[in-house]
Write a protein that binds this ligand. Sequence first.
Ligand code: ATP
Ligand code: MG
Length: 657
Amino acid sequence: MTQSPMPASDHPASDHIDAVLHETRVIAPSDAFRERARYSAEDYERLYRQSLDDPDTFWSGVAGELHWFKPWTQVLDWHPPHAQWFVGGQTNIAFNALDRNVARGLGDKRAIVWEGEDGEVRTYTYAELLREVRRAANALLDLGVQPGDRVTLYLPLVPEAAIAMLACARIGAVHSVVFGGFSVSALADRLNDAQSRVLITADAGQRRGALVNLKANADAAAALAPGLEKMLVVCRADCDAPMQEGRDVFWHDALNAASDDHEAAPLDSEHPLFILYTSGSTGKPKGVQHTTGGYMVGTYLTTQAVFDLRDDDVYWCTADVGWITGHSYSVYGPLLNGATVVMYEGAPNHPDWGRFWDIVQKHRVTILYTAPTAIRAIMRQGDELPAARDLSSLRLLGSVGEPINPEAWMWYWRTIGGGRCPVVDTWWQTETGSIMLTTLPGAHPSKPGSAGLPMFGIEPAIMTHTGEELGPDDGGLLVIKRPWPSMLRTVYGDDDRYRKSYWGEIEGVYFAGDGARRDADGYITVTGRVDDVLNVSGHRLGTMEIESALVAHPSVSEAAVVGRPDDVKGECVVAFVLPQGDRTIDPAELRAHVSREIGALARPDAIYVADALPKTRSGKIMRRFLRQIAAGKEIQGDTSTLEDPGVLDRIAATQPV
Ligand code: ATP
Ligand code: MG
């Protein structure tokens, strides 16, 4: 293992990642949490063993808790890189989320508690949600939607988004949700790529107190998408959007005309469920294709296990349904488990940065699942806003989307969780469908900054590019050695890209771009994207640990690092930092701090002090553009998923220190 000060590497061209932050804190769950938890450490050990040694029994047991119209005859059919799960079985994920839960007595339980940005609250019980989904399913059938047809959703985070997804699933149509914040061209590209004939949109969405005219964007995208035939328009504002005769129908008119009688279609386990485009952090978004049975089993199991779900929980995942987290953990996973799900339409800073805590207090949220970008942004505002709210209902916290730096982890645990709530740091991807690495909250202690252990049935390894497995503390590529039920089946319309991107890097294993290392306890720390790895004097440095070291300095609230070509070192470290509050950045002091925390090699050669970082609309740092700025190049590549394109020019105009 490499410790600071860093010795010269014996293998300059190796895959080892040399930066290691000295993070040694270990936080155990409280006795109170542990005693009531669904899984103990022994349960995890036993079940994890079984899931690898006898996967058929393990997965049959989980799948058997759900309803199948026809049982499967084979658990897994694996023709690398193509897997089929629960082969021969027929099921329906919407039936399992709704009809099944109503049949087991949850009809009057709240399924969705939705809060608009303007404070309006709407609640649907499981019985009410089922009725709406049945009507929406009939409305789609009335429009001529057939099983297998792709239906694109471009909606604000309103209950109709979940209803539309479930209605598609109910009839076997394939939904493709496009985040409501995306531009006309991003929507048009996705409509065309998925060859959608039907688009479901809204007249408007609320964002930071203003109305966003989604229908105008939808109309403009429709002009670029010749295959589009029908548009269903949810009325979120005043219903006076211009409607195109013969093409556009109001959602409420279509549902009012539809019967609320509908039997869910029995679908083959491998029937496609949805396409979802990745967030585009590293390149052009890919249309990730998921199917019915395996995705259902994976999201059902992980929601229950990772969030320690109980009947009386009020569960809130802040992700928009435009991202995989919103699919798996705002809609399918919690509803399959009969949970009460909170949904919030708006921005985290409207009317101020206390909004999340108002929602937690008002709805007595018990489980909160959010992203490091939100945690860091809220943390930057200080402790007064959370301190002024009653957060005592919370019992479990989760993080997803990026590596969470230990400073933000500790703040989340202490200030939001009151030191009482375990924090689960969940690593997974659009492609994996469900959580892959995490701790189980009552079973395992947490190590801030490290995601933790593999979920049931997941067999990870850390490898070199040539497929050699690395031992404890050596950084390398994070791979998965066997298929799992909720894995992607292909890239929509481009199976070759599927083979090459995910199974082509190293023979026989799944690789989707992240680097990691595993410690002697088996905890895996994701060190960043392999595309972002820096190679300084033959040492490969991950971005996560240098960024975490920067953020651990009191003057820095957020940081991104990239490599810049350097004649002597091959590459040197360039850092982009956001000051904490009105503090000033002292470059010499910051460099010395990084040297102390990691080692002299990781010292930034150049530091840009910025007012914002380029992020995807899901809040992830897009380092590929920062690399271009650091190298003094023109900005190139797909910027369509960038949240604020102006950031790039502002940073490029800054002098590094
Ligand atoms: P693209 O594949 O188009 O570049 P993306 O990878 O950002 O986009 P997602 O599938 O939404 O799209 O994100 C998955 C990625 O997010 C992971 O590969 C990883 O890099 C990062 N990630 C998610 N959760 C965690 C976590 N808990 N710790 C570290 N990284 C995480
Ligand atoms: Mg990715």
